[in-house]
Design a protein. Sequence first.
Length: 343
Amino acid sequence: MDKITTIGLDLAKSVFQVHGVTEDGGVAVRRRLRRSQLLEFFRTVEPCLVGLEACASAHYWASEIRKFGHTVRLMPPVYVKPYVKRNKTDAADAEAICEAVTRPTMRFVPVKSREEQAAGIVLKTRELLVRQRSQTANALRAHMAEFGIIAASGMASIARLTAILRDNQDDCLPNAARAALLEMAEQIEKLTDRINALDTKIVAGVKADEAARRLTTIPGVGPIIAATVRAVIQDPAAFRTGRDLAAWIGLTPNANSSGGKERLGRISKRGNKQLRTLLIVGATAVLKQARGAQKRPEWVLSLLARRPYKVAAVALANKMVRIIWALLVKGGTYQAPTAMAKI
């Protein structure tokens, strides 16, 4: 059999599809493999180029296949889809991956190490716990409103509601409702403790990371954003400019231009949703602080005068991303412009 030069691997949970070609493009292998057969197959194949879609378990398999001397490259699934011929099948997907990985203009996803995967899992776990706490708090607030007990939005009002629930002298709630709502209040407290414990670990990790510490000097960037940036962006130098990084995160407008006419729409919202959300929240905090500051930054004020508040927050988040790229690629810490007072 001729030497295999390129392999496209379509990942799954139990059954995998392999498509291998020779140097002249001829099909050398096209077969299905069980999970237990996959590593043994790559052990017997001479080192070659292996393409995978960046999906669940892709980083694990990439690391394992690399151990046999293969060159493994991950690609975003959206970039592989145009190479699928006619109907979608596992065999067609593997063939498309095999073809796409050889394209000179293809964009690849860096393979994460075990430590980088672990850092991402910590942040995703925190995000899940925060979401669960918000859902429980909203439910508690809504249920108590049915009995005429109204509380403001946000976690600050939950302590007052919990005090009412634990006041046995207060007869504004039936006993059955009080018992059920106390379960929700206790769940919120447990979730808060777990979130605080994760925050402590994240902050400690940021303090130990020199690059993450430098990112926290940017207004609006705290330990959570810095840790997320370090976990999500493995190779900032892979982006030519900070604008490219902002586009990758999804903070630039969708373009629908043709015939020399430029038409820009809403932001694309592509890339990592968690990082994009955190950046916009950080930008919102900067805008709120700028409104009450004695020495207000001129750039932020002029932006607020020209654009709606949320549009200004997204624009500021875009600027924060470009500053993040500059600090990661070029080094140094954030220096406020001389025309802009420190906030």
